[in-house]
Design a protein around this ligand. Structure first.
Ligand code: DC
Length: 242
């Protein structure tokens, strides 16, 4: 993986860039929006999760290497350089293996914020994300889509929700996966991740200045998708962004 150049004026603009904190409803909404628009869907959180899982397999995730002089950086760089990451058919593949089922484990969840704070990991992911967008229109969701990776995106959205609602949604997700986690524990984890994701020095979670802000607290998914479709179509009709 190579270091990306800064986004240039020639980068593709047919991108719906959706950012926001964990549990704001980005994934479901982004997937449905992509279907409705006929755009590809890019889940960038899944990319960071897959890289984290790969580091765990190599025994060099941040918590495992905290005692090493370089905190495992050389080993992580080597693992990342050798990794083949691929997102297709709604699945995530690492070195030809479908790792989708491993991405939401507690091990990955506990390390992914530390991994996604590493500048060399972010640089490699940005490069890949831009490569995907060059292949055709996409709905891309994450934390830095509108602010850093696709600053030239035609449509930028920031989805938010009250922490208690985000925790409730995440515990429902866990329950669907057969995992019993109390809403209070999920809320505590969400608040820690929010702090880590929004205070890191490289590409912290933040709303792009020109993003359309939507608080999804109390809204049904259908309503959120409907509002975003209206936003994209309205902005397309007037030829601009928010
Ligand atoms: O959206 P998610 O919960 O699957 O994201 C997993 C982690 O990856 C989260 O802690 C933030 C990080 N992430 C990031 O730093 N930048 C992105 N564009 C997407 C996710």
């Amino acid at each position: 993986m190579t270091t990306p150049a800064a986004a240039s004026a020639t980068e593709p603009r047919d991108v719906v860039a959706i950012d926001g904190p964990s549990g704001a409803g980005k994934s479901t909404v982004a997937r449905r929006l992509a279907e409705a628009l006929g755009f590809a869907y890019l889940d960038t959180g899944a990319m960071y999760r897959a890289v984290t899982w790969g580091f765990l397999q190599h025994g060099c995730a941040p918590a495992e290497c905290a005692g090493e002089a370089d905190r495992g950086e050389q080993r992580m760089r080597a693992a990342l350089a050798a990794a083949r990451l691929d997102l297709r058919d709604g699945k995530v593949w690492l070195d030809g293996r479908d790792v989708t089922g491993h991405l939401r484990t507690r091990e990955v969840e506990s390390q992914v914020s530390a991994v996604s704070a590493l500048p060399f990991v972010r640089a490699a992911m940005r490069d890949l994300q831009r490569q995907v967008a060059r292949q055709g229109p996409i709905v891309a969701e994450g934390r830095d889509m509108g602010s850093v990776v696709f600053p030239q995106a035609r449509w930028k959205v920031y989805l938010d929700a009250a922490p208690a609602e985000r925790a409730r949604r995440r515990s429902e997700d866990f329950a669907r996966q057969g995992r019993e986690v109390s809403t209070q524990d999920v809320l505590d984890e969400i608040l820690v991740r929010d702090r880590l994701d929004s205070t890191r020095s490289d590409a912290p979670l933040r709303q792009a200045d020109d993003a359309f802000y939507l608080d999804t607290t109390g809204l049904l998914t259908d309503d959120v998708v409907g509002r975003l479709l209206a936003f994209v179509r309205g902005a397309a009709a007037t030829g601009g962004s928010a």
